[in-house]
Design a protein around this ligand. Structure first.
Ligand SMILES: C[S@@+](CC[C@H](N)C(=O)[O-])C[C@H]1O[C@@H](n2cnc3c(N)ncnc32)[C@H](O)[C@@H]1O
Length: 251
């Protein structure tokens, strides 16, 4: 029996911590000053380097790639052949423009699709990246079970996501999926992270206030979003362990 999927709008809203779906069409405007939208490409590059005998030229799949910051960095620095999939066409369009501007358009394909459907047809990847997309595929067990089949031999999956210290051990969920944690990168410099979050909050606040002036009848929508993001950043800063983990199959 197939379990029915949440609508795509719900998946995007959850991944982007948006409570009121009326805000979704405004996300490209609100996030226009962002390039990275959660995941720092340098960390992913570092993890690919230290977990591969040969880090150049890998086939990389970025699920929920946003504007393609990870794909473009991996193409530029490691000559990876990158396939980014996301549901928001404006983000992908920006990724394509940037890839062209940096001369890596031949190494980057950006596709608009629901990743939950698209992964059923994709395989043979050396690296799969899930950067700050939350529980789009479920918990770690469900996510790794779903994505294991998309890997080439020797491939690995990188999940960049904050977690609570008290949550069920991720290693146990990985084991249930027939995988293990190979490596982890934890951001320990909370001071630098705080500064980065403040900058991001400023950028999105400014754009939300502009929208509130353009659409006065929706002022509440934009102001509530600012408040919910403030709370979200506070949680990420204080409660979460900011980590990117590398998972490999257990043979
Ligand atoms: C917080 S952003 C992270 C973007 C990117 N990984 C980064 O770190 O810059 C989450 C992304 O997941 C995408 N997303 C969420 N659910 C999706 C789905 N079911 N199919 C495709 N994209 C999805 C959203 O459109 C959004 O671009």
């Amino acid at each position: 029996m197939e379990i029915s999927m949440k609508p795509i709008e719900d998946s995007i809203a959850e991944a982007m911590s948006v409570k009121d779906k009326e805000l979704l069409p405004h996300l490209p405007y609100i996030l226009q000053d962002f390039w990275e939208m959660g995941t720092y490409p340098d960390i992913i590059i570092e993890l690919i380097r230290r977990n591969s005998a040969e880090s150049k030229g890998k086939r990389l799949l970025d699920l929920g790639c946003g504007k393609g910051a990870v794909c473009i960095a991996a193409a530029k620095e490691l000559a990876c052949q990158c396939h980014g999939v996301d549901a928001i066409s404006d983000f992908l369009e920006e990724g394509r423009r940037k890839a062209e501007g940096l001369g890596v358009e031949d190494l980057c394909v950006f596709e608009e699709a629901d990743v939950r459907e698209r992964v059923k047809e994709l395989n043979g990847f050396d690296v799969i990246v899930l950067g700050s997309i939350g529980q789009v595929f479920g918990d770690h067990n469900e996510t790794l079970t779903t994505l294991k089949g998309c890997l080439a031999d020797g491939g690995f999956i990188i999940i960049d996501e904050g977690y609570h210290d008290s949550s069920e051990p991720i290693s146990e969920q990985a084991r249930q999926a027939g995988m293990r944690i190979k490596d982890e990168y934890v951001i320990v410099d909370k001071g630098a992270l705080k500064k980065e979050y403040e900058k991001e909050l400023d950028m999105l606040t400014r754009r939300c206030l502009e929208l509130a002036r353009i659409y006065p009848d929706k002022e509440e929508l934009f102001k509530s979003y600012i408040i919910s993001q403030m709370m979200e950043y506070q949680i990420m800063e204080s409660v979460y362990i900011n980590s990117a983990m590398v998972f490999e199959p257990m043979y």
